[in-house]
Design a binder for this molecule. Sequence first.
Ligand code: M6R
Length: 365
Amino acid sequence: EKGNHHHFMAKEIYEQPEVVGHTLTHYVDMANGVARLPFETPFDWKDLSRLSVSACGTAYYAGLTAKYWFEKLARLPVEIDVASEFRYREAPLPANGLALFVSQSGETADTLACLRYARQEGQHIMSVVNVPTSTIARESDVVAPTLAGPEIGVASTKAFTCQLTALAGLAIAAARARGTLTAEQEAAYVQELIALPGLMAQALTLESEIEKLARKLSRARDVLYLGRGTAFPLALEGALKLKEISYIHAEGYPAGELKHGPIALIDEDMPVIVIAPHDALFEKTASNMQEVAARGGRIILITDAKGAAEAGVVPEATIIMPEMDPLFAPIVYAVPIQMIAYQTAVFMGKDVDQPRNLAKSVTVE
Ligand code: M6R
């Protein structure tokens, strides 16, 4: 069942170009190069006052990435919180609000509780789920499917990139309906989505470099992940993935927060993984990197050729990604992030598919 792979997690990492491509066909009209949703919405995107997202773990990080997309592309205000907080906050929800739930299993107890709260508060209910027969899917007004197929590894990989893909498609469709994108912009974004599976396949070829890196990381006690913009949720996801399967303590931070505390941790022992595609925020992240370097920190940079040339520091290792438009880059940058955690845990001899203390689906609080 694992094919040529040693673990389900590896198989699922390698399946991503295919399942992301498959998911895409449900959100994009390939022939005409426009966004097309696989359902009719029982609301008009134009009338929505706010999008409230809740989810847990990796699904929450997918939602957090989508906040950047919905705000930028569709000019829709987005609120997001982890489901275990949202469910008890008694948050006031606006008239004509859309509540969005992201869940691989569709059975996560806290996420389901948020859905029921949002229903009670008169929100429209949409969910991005991988299991179409799940409770969350059944209780939603509309289901935006991810077509990742069954995910066996406890650490979520392909479900995450498929969630991001579905959310990107939704954000473009919302933008079109709200009149915040021109037809040319829509076509350009859709072309970028169509390019994703090919770029992910290229990213998978970085495995042998990442293996070398993983050997070094396996000796670390703590690892810091930094990113700005959509690379920030990916920093959180990278840290979660590493913690889950290697048991190395890791934290994700917005790069701009470095000076507000975590810089105190920097020394020659702690690897700092900087996720920085060459985007509009690159220079800002590069200056944070220089601050780390000035304190003797060990930098591992994940960027593209331009970013590597303009980093202004000599990292301990650089993972060079293919060039791509930065907006949907997290979908591709997720691949090395996952491989880093996977290779590190394998090198350390950990049970990557069944990490200690963790369940695939958290159906109790
Ligand atoms: O099934 P769900 O997407 O609702 O699950 C949410 C989280 O429990 C899940 O993403 C968890 O954080 C994973 N172990 C992450 O790898």
